[in-house]
Design a protein around this ligand. Structure first.
Ligand SMILES: [Zn+2]
Length: 89
């Protein structure tokens, strides 16, 4: 099972836990009980997450996936030159 780092945005409690990758992310803080947990993405650099408000977007990878989907056409990196090609702007 993979391990995940969580941090509570309410009381700043931080901990590591493990659960199935298919399970829903934790929400409730085991320390203060607030549903303010954020899963820390990337791992290894927990000290980067200082101060509230930095982590306002839940999952940056979601927008990344959307962008990747836009590029999923048949054109080469840098664009194919077609007017509708999103890469040739
Ligand atoms: Zn808390």
């Amino acid at each position: 099972m993979p391990t995940y780092d969580y941090r509570c945005q309410s009381c700043q409690h931080q901990f590591t836990t493990m659960h199935s990758i298919a399970a829903d992310p934790l929400k409730d803080c085991p320390s203060c009980g607030q549903a303010q947990l954020k899963r820390l993405i990337g791992g290894g650099g927990g000290v980067l997450f200082k101060g509230g408000g930095f982590y306002q977007t839940d999952y940056p990878s979601a927008s990344y996936s959307a962008g990747a989907k836009t590029d999923a056409g048949s054109c080469a990196p840098g664009g194919c030159g077609a007017p509708q090609c999103p890469s040739s702007n």
